[in-house]
Write a protein that binds this ligand. Sequence first.
Ligand SMILES: Cc1cc2nc3c(=O)[nH]c(=O)nc-3n(C[C@H](O)[C@H](O)[C@H](O)COP(=O)(O)O)c2cc1C
Length: 233
Amino acid sequence: MKILGISGSPRKDDTSGVSKLVKTVLENTGGDWELISLRGKQISGCIACLGCVKDNVCKVKDDLAPLRDKIVEADAFVIGSPNYYSTVNALTHAFMERWFQFRHQTGRTLWGKLAVSVGVGGTDGAAPAEQLEKFFMYNFIENVATVKGQGAASCFTCGFGETCQVGIPNMLHGPGVKITDNIIPDVEKQADVMAAAADAGKLLGKRLSQGHDRTAVAQAVQEKMMAMFGQTV
Ligand SMILES: Cc1cc2nc3c(=O)[nH]c(=O)nc-3n(C[C@H](O)[C@H](O)[C@H](O)COP(=O)(O)O)c2cc1C
């Protein structure tokens, strides 16, 4: 079983809360996994050219193209995004949009696969995690677990964090905040979050090792999606 991990953070792996959590999930699956960071990659959003409708292959030539085979070959995905303005960041969204190439005719390339969603924010990671849950649903992929953590907003290290009136340190700790290592959020300091990431990996590994009927999984996801749309009509 192959599991593809994606970190949508532009930060280096050792400073990114998203990368740390995605890696922790992957390490706990017991499976064959690969973690790819989107950092530095040039990935355009979908340009709606419809060049993919006949063969499910995107015709835009950029850094997403070499990832296509890895997406197709994976049995499961662990995708993480930072919280930028209460949603996924642009890099992750561009990556997500390009999965439109798989969503034509049979859709069998992706449907019935399994996934874990990961979100990290300076206050919390719920918003991007929920976006990713929906993204998986729209691709008929079952989200088996979601992990949300608090990372370090850039304001803790920008150099102005103690005096900036609109910075996150001021908002979280009040005026006159002194920035010390122990107040800088890091997912590795959050035992409950790290445990949730480990549990998510174990659950994903268990589901994959049990084998799953991809058609049945896709049908169940579709029913959930239709129920959700039904509520909004
Ligand atoms: C442009 C930008 C917008 C952000 N907006 C939010 C936000 O709306 N809510 C939030 O909780 N954190 C926000 N953050 C903080 C990041 O989510 C936080 O730094 C997080 O740790 C990023 O994850 P990473 O360490 O994996 O890159 C923002 C950061 C940037 C750079």
